[in-house]
Design a protein around this ligand. Structure first.
Ligand code: ADP
Ligand code: MG
Length: 303
């Protein structure tokens, strides 16, 4: 087992950021750690990487307890923190040399060269980090996390803030390194999980609400679907909530709404009836069957 988490809780003052969380990650697994903002993802990752201690419970990485063997854990873990804290005034090669030094790597120049190749930093290697785009900074962050060839890689929202091209590149890189390592990465983007992971854990307000194989999630959760609907004018959330069969309502943008239903029957006729009663025009309506996004909404949407 690469990571073992036993009944971990974390309090910040009186606030409970993690509430008795337990799970294991097997060697070689790619785990997507999914949850809305404030769910506790970064807190869990900081605990696994020994940057903060749990308030209760225990964590071990490659068999080493984070509380008693933090150096053994750090040697085996590569970590890309959420707000990738790079030294913007350093040159890429200089920075990687600095990190290699911290890890006491034997032939640093050789290793830096390999990392630059693997993360596609060739053209940028002689630039200052501050001069790089966000996508290339993330590559530097990944090179930093991988330089000591750790068994376990923890990436906290590695794709946040990237444009679509950068996103595709970084995802491909993550998939590539995930072939050889145990990898846990957090995200609040559902599609990302479907694109990259073997397994998904969804966490909400400090608790695990779903843990399963990425391709079996549909069967694991209860039935349900989403309806995306757009009206021609303003309407209150409450009136949508009152439609028979609607469980949850999320406003997307403008007059676009997402309605979540757990009915087995189709509630679209109800929505049309409602629109007629309210003298609204339905501009678009779409039913989307149980996908990961529906499951996520169902499990994490505030009632
Ligand atoms: P996520 O990464 O899923 O967005 P976090 O782990 O960052 O969530 O935060 C979980 C909860 O703990 C949030 O409510 C957040 O405000 C709170 N929190 C995180 N770090 C601190 C801190 N250093 N001090 C106080 N509260 C914190
Ligand atoms: Mg976070």
């Amino acid at each position: 087992m690469s990571i073992q988490i036993k009944q971990v809780s974390k309090f910040y003052g009186s606030q409970k950021a993690l509430d008795s969380v337990s799970f294991d990650v097997s060697k070689g697994e790619i785990l997507g750690f999914l949850g809305p903002n404030g769910a506790g993802k970064s807190t869990m990752m900081k605990i696994i990487t020994t940057y903060i201690p749990p308030s209760e419970g225990s964590v071990s990485v490659c068999g080493f307890d984070t509380a008693t063997h933090s150096m053994d854990v750090r040697r085996r873990v590569g970590y890309l923190p959420e707000h990738n804290p790079l030294y913007l005034d350093m040159y890429v090669r200089e920075y990687l040399g600095f990190i290699a030094g911290l890890h006491g790597i034997k032939h640093p120049q050789q290793r830096i060269k390999t990392m630059i190749e693997q993360t596609g930093l060739g053209l940028e290697q002689n630039k200052k980090i501050g001069a790089l785009s966000k996508g290339y900074r993330q590559r530097v962050g990944l090179a930093q996390a991988l330089i000591h060839d750790p068994e376990v890689l923890i990436l906290d929202e590695p794709t946040s803030g990237l444009d679509p091209n950068q996103l595709a590149d970084i995802r491909a890189l993550i998939r590539e390194v995930g072939k050889e390592k145990t990898l846990m990465f957090s995200t609040h983007i559902m599609q990302e999980v479907e694109a990259v992971c073997d397994r998904v854990i969804i966490i909400d307000t400090g608790k695990i609400v779903l843990d399963g194989k990425a391709n079996e999630l549909g069967q694991k959760s209860s039935k349900g679907y989403r309806i995306l609907v757009e009206f021609d004018r303003e309407i209150s959330r409450g009136s949508l909530q009152a439609i028979a069969g609607v469980m949850k309502v999320t406003r997307l943008e403008g007059q676009q709404w997402e309605l979540y239903s757990e009915q087995s029957s189709d509630i679209r006729p109800e929505i049309f009836k409602f629109a007629v009663e309210q003298q609204l025009t339905v501009l678009t309506i779409n039913r989307i069957e149980q996908d990961l996004e529906s499951i996520f909404r169902q499990l994490t949407a505030k009632k």
